[in-house]
Design a protein around this ligand. Structure first.
Ligand code: ZN
Length: 394
């Protein structure tokens, strides 16, 4: 059970939390607003350094995406827990001016309030609680907040993986689902682009001289749909964007289709890849050639035995608090997919309870602030206790 001093510390700080949430939500930090992401990072740098963390705010990739790493012990030590989160939001610059942070009853709204500025703050408040209770120094903690999760984490993926592989467990602070449901499984996914190239011709005068790329893409769309219907449970492939043709009286010489692909387990990746690889050999329109690019670039997040063991610890702490919790599987990806694929037990949904992510009516439940911080702090405390007793035993 969590120390009484820590419990009081959490409930005394609810107004601070809401004020901090307002500050963070009111910083525009869409994935392309690097200055905004940097401002969010600096907020956390100040608070983490005040607890004695070493911080490193890097600019990663060609675009210079701000990524914040922090740790409270020498980096030669494996992290007992890595806290993972993203500082970017899906909302375009200017969104904050249009609809800043707001509070109505026991809910708060604003761009990124639930996905995932509320979650980043839960992570920070858990660490501050552990610091206050004298527990932080018993644990080796890592923090990784990137700035490009909403655009596929291209600049930060390797950095996340390098930190995750140096961790015993990973907590991801994406939103907790209504009903206090965490996320233990996520589908993996990726995308393919099918390009058909034929020959253009006047559609009215000499169509026989053309090879219609759009017709070929239509055939391929149906082939993808058939694959989707026959695929294993957990696999999906959907044509989502089709483009082709320039003018209404010209047979198009080029057309393209984009396909969204999801898989629930690693063994489902190979059949998907071989299906898409087989397409160029199966064209339908004479004179049209096909090329296929892409792949499954996000591995699925699967819950192995060690993940379930970690979950049982969380559920036991929740039960002790009288809090009902559960876990779900979802189709959406997060950076938790990368950590989990490395075999590191990963629990997602550690943020505030909320919903409608990526929408104007996104919200968080303010009455989830205290229980969520308490639960995660007590889980961390129990991990610290286990660590101490195993050190004494050895
Ligand atoms: Zn998110």
């Amino acid at each position: 059970m969590i120390k009484t001093a820590m419990q009081a510390f959490i409930s005394d700080r609810i107004d601070d939390f809401v004020n901090d949430l307002e500050t963070l939500v009111n910083i525009d930090s869409s994935s392309d607003n690097l200055a905004g992401i940097d401002a969010v990072a600096r907020f956390f740098v100040r608070r983490l350094e005040a607890m004695g963390f070493s911080t490193c705010l890097e600019k990663r990739g060609d675009r210079g995406v701000p990524c914040l790493q922090a740790h409270n012990r020498p980096l030669t030590e494996t992290f007992d827990i890595l806290f993972l989160g993203h500082m970017d939001t899906v909302f375009p610059p200017g969104e904050v001016q249009k609809r800043p942070f707001s509070k109505h009853g026991d809910r708060a709204g604003g761009p990124g309030v639930c996905d995932m500025k509320g979650g980043l703050l839960v992570a920070l408040y858990v660490l501050e609680t552990l610091h206050h209770g004298g527990v932080l120094n018993q644990l080796s903690m890592g923090v990784c907040f990137n700035g490009d999760e909403e655009v596929g984490s291209k600049a930060s993926r390797e950095w996340i993986e390098a930190n995750a592989v140096n961790s015993r467990r990973v907590f991801v602070f994406e939103p907790c689902r209504p009903g206090h449901r965490f996320v233990l499984q996520r589908k993996g996914g990726g995308g393919y682009r099918i390009t058909a190239r034929g020959t253009s011709a006047h559609a009215g005068v000499e169509p026989e001289k053309g090879a219609n790329a759009a017709v070929e893409i239509a055939h391929q769309t149906i082939a993808v749909q058939r694959f989707n219907q026959q695929a294993d449970e957990g696999v999906s492939a959907h044509v989502t964007v089709i483009r082709g043709g320039e003018r209404t009286n010209i047979i198009p010489d080029e057309a393209r289709a984009s396909v969204d692909v999801r898989v629930a387990s690693k063994r489902q990746v190979a059949p998907v890849e071989s299906f898409f690889k087989s397409l160029p050999a199966n064209t339908h329109v004479p004179g049209v050639t096909l090329s296929v690019n892409g792949g499954v670039d996000r591995p699925p997040m699967e819950s192995d035995d060690r993940t379930l063991e970690l979950w049982r610890l969380i559920a036991a702490e929740a039960a002790r608090m009288g809090l009902k919790v559960a876990w779900i599987a979802t189709g959406g990806c997060s950076d938790g997919n990368f950590a989990s694929a490395l075999g590191v037990p990963t629990i997602d949904g550690m943020g505030l309870v909320g919903g409608n992510a990526h929408r104007q009516d996104e919200y968080v439940e303010l009455n989830s602030i205290v229980p969520q911080i308490r639960l995660i702090a007590s889980v961390c405390q129990s991990i610290a206790q286990d660590k101490r007793s195993s050190l004494q035993a050895s």
